[in-house]
Design a protein around this ligand. Structure first.
Ligand SMILES: [Fe+2]
Ligand SMILES: [Fe+2]
Length: 138
């Protein structure tokens, strides 16, 4: 399996959020390809795009959580802020690398912070949203 393929288990059941998460993984895949092709300029652009996209996603998700009255929205916001700060600092390191394998390693490190939201962080509000009926239980 490819590292950044979408898995069924990532699905939260909120179309908007799931679509964003899919979008994040899709950009990561493009970055991996660009790194493989040693297309460094393209890779740099895509790294910026990934971060911008994630900023937008986090904002959207936080608004949704506020709207449904999720009690730990501040904790989740703080978690997002920390992930972004880490991803941002690794991103600038990646953007200076001009060696394929080192670049890929660096990108994977950056991705690991952002993927944490998809595979770990967001599961924390899933059951709350199920109770609220925002997510239909399977
Ligand atoms: Fe998310
Ligand atoms: Fe999140």
């Amino acid at each position: 399996m490819d590292k950044f393929d979408w898995l069924e288990s990532f699905e939260l059941g909120i179309a908007e959020v799931d679509e964003d998460h899919r979008g994040m993984l899709a950009i990561m895949k493009k970055i991996e390809q660009a790194a493989d092709n040693e297309a460094y300029d393209l890779c740099n652009e895509l790294l910026d795009e990934l971060l911008d996209f994630t900023v937008m996603h986090f904002k959207r998700e936080e608004e949704m959580l506020t709207e449904v009255g999720y009690p730990n929205v501040d904790i989740h916001k703080k978690y997002h802020t920390e992930l972004l700060a880490r991803a941002k600092s690794v991103k600038s390191v990646c953007q200076d690398i001009k060696s394929k394998n080192n670049l890929k390693e660096c990108c994977y490190e950056m991705f690991s912070f952002l993927v944490d939201d998809v595979v770990n962080g967001d599961l924390k509000f899933k059951s709350y949203l199920e109770e609220k009926g925002v997510i239909k239980r399977p």
